[in-house]
Write a protein that binds this ligand. Structure first.
Ligand SMILES: [Zn+2]
Length: 260
């Protein structure tokens, strides 16, 4: 799985049903309450806590209807369905989401804070996008256009990447700024909606990354992206009159701002 290690550990515990759900705590005689605190209606096993509880069931139903219909008894069985179909990116999204819904459940159980499932899910997907962005290292560099000739020791590198979550009609943008030594200085992720083309996603990732650097007054950066199309378009100005022309112009403006 290509997810942060804390989510991998969570997934392992979830598959072993080793999380302290109300039902598990009752079985161990730690509490007498097996009913879910969020809905007060059903027994809280893990399946209920992260998928079938009211509020979040609607979320799953909209985006992964097959998952809700698939009446597997455990998270492990559900995960195996993705594995059997070799839908590994769906598996990553699945575990990111159940991890975020478990966090939401804990926030309510321990602090009585009720979080919006949609916001929580978007945060988790943003984290996944920025994780994947940081993981990629073999990127084509857009040196020609973005070269400001700083001395290496003062060089900061901005890796940008976009990830599409088709099932959720969402796009995640990840930005990681690193010191020349490889140390991460800053990482940011953002969820965008209504973005479809991969060119636009990549360009938007560059735009967001540059916007952030300009706002923070960070200079001497080298941007890396793995989209050859976008790199060439930025170097040659060939796309300024295309449907993405406005965004290309904005990126170039930010670059000029930095050079100046
Ligand atoms: Zn519930």
């Amino acid at each position: 799985m290509k997810v942060p290690s804390k989510v991998k550990i969570f997934a392992w515990r979830a598959c072993k049903d080793g999380l302290p759900t109300a039902l598990n705590l009752e079985k161990k005689h730690i509490t007498r309450q097996r009913i879910c605190s969020l809905c007060n209606a059903e027994t809280e096993d893990l399946n209920h806590a992260v998928i079938y509880c009211k509020m979040i069931e609607g979320f799953w139903n909209n985006f992964f209807p097959e998952l809700v219909k698939n009446k597997c008894r455990s998270i492990k069985e559900k995960a195996l369905v993705f594995c059997e179909k070799k839908e590994f990116s769906k598996l990553d999204v699945f575990f990111m989401l159940i991890w975020s819904f478990w966090f939401r459940r804990n926030k309510y159980v321990h602090e009585q804070i009720r979080l919006d499932p949609r916001k929580i899910a978007d945060k988790a997907l943003g984290l996944l996008a920025s994780f994947n962005s940081a993981r990629k290292t073999n990127c084509v560099q857009i040196r020609k256009y973005f070269k400001w000739s700083p001395p290496d020791i003062n060089f900061l590198k901005l890796n940008v990447d976009g990830a599409t979550f088709k099932e959720l009609d969402r796009v995640g943008i990840g930005v990681v700024l690193k010191h020349y030594s490889g140390k991460v200085i800053m990482a940011m992720s953002k969820i965008e909606i209504s973005v479809e083309e991969s060119e636009e996603i990549e360009l938007l990732a560059i735009f967001r990354g540059m916007q952030l650097c300009v706002n923070l007054g960070i200079q001497n950066i080298l941007i890396e992206s793995d989209s050859k199309l976008v790199i060439e378009a930025l170097q040659t100005d060939s796309m300024l009159n295309s449907s993405l022309g406005v965004l290309y112009r904005e990126v170039k403006l930010l670059a000029t701002h930095k050079i100046g």
